[in-house]
Design a protein. Sequence first.
Length: 319
Amino acid sequence: MNNRTVMAMLGWLIVSLSANPAPAQEKGTGSIGVEYQYIHSDLFVDDVGEYDYWSTDTKILLFSGDYTFADKWTVFVALPYIEKRFVSEVDWGGDPHNPNDAWWIDFVPPDTRFIDDGRYHGGLQDLSISVSYQVLDGPFTLSPYVGYGVPVDDYPFYAKAAIGTNLWNIPVGASFSYIPYFDDWYVSGNVAYVFSEQPLDINVDFWSVHLSAGYWFKPNFSVNTFASLRYVIDGLEMPWDFSDDPTYSDYPDAYDTVEWYNHDRLLANRNLNLGVGFNYFFNEKYSISGSFYKGVWAEQSSEPDRAFTLGFARHFGQE
């Protein structure tokens, strides 16, 4: 019931990196960066209620880069290394997901790796590549793009400490910004429809939206507020698509199914997060950025209690 939080948070992080206000995209310009992110989640929300008998801690090291290979054409690449752990908040164990449990009888999980043992487990997650074209430049910029995300490793997904859902995706969207002439305010954003691999032939496509507004206090220092939304259009809902018992009293006997084994990949995961951030340029070559955010609304999803990011970037071609 939890690894989609990582996907949602990482998704908007990658989106926000490519959605920051920027000047005209000129051939030969670009940047490389590394960003650290920490997420603590301790609440899961379904159609019946909220559950807080476990928590997860996630650490992400995101490597990314972008390069304008022709005027207005830019390629963006990102690859995260993620570590995550499951922490029980109750004496009875907090329901770790164990594919080796004895109650798996009718359906036997094909992957028997158990990682909800309270320790950090991790690895490289999904490689993301996208190409954008800047169709508008000036006070208002607009850059449609298409991308592709694919797991680089066959990591486990049946676990609350799983680092992702192990599904490919194709985002199609546009980033934009508005920076008025002779003004220090700006707005930026990114809106994408993400086509996802369909586990068990169930549609889990989703909308990904990131909106930000900021102010340049100095030519090299800005502060912003932002909102990020992930909204799976279809997907399954707990508990009704797995059981007709809203109290889960028939767990685990009624959950010995392939659908439950894949439930984190199938849920109609929806969440909204709000945060604040900053950008600081030491010079034309080096910059630092950071943010703090938390969840404010969730359906069929875990809600981050607190999270922060800190990143460094090296820019080139702008001298």
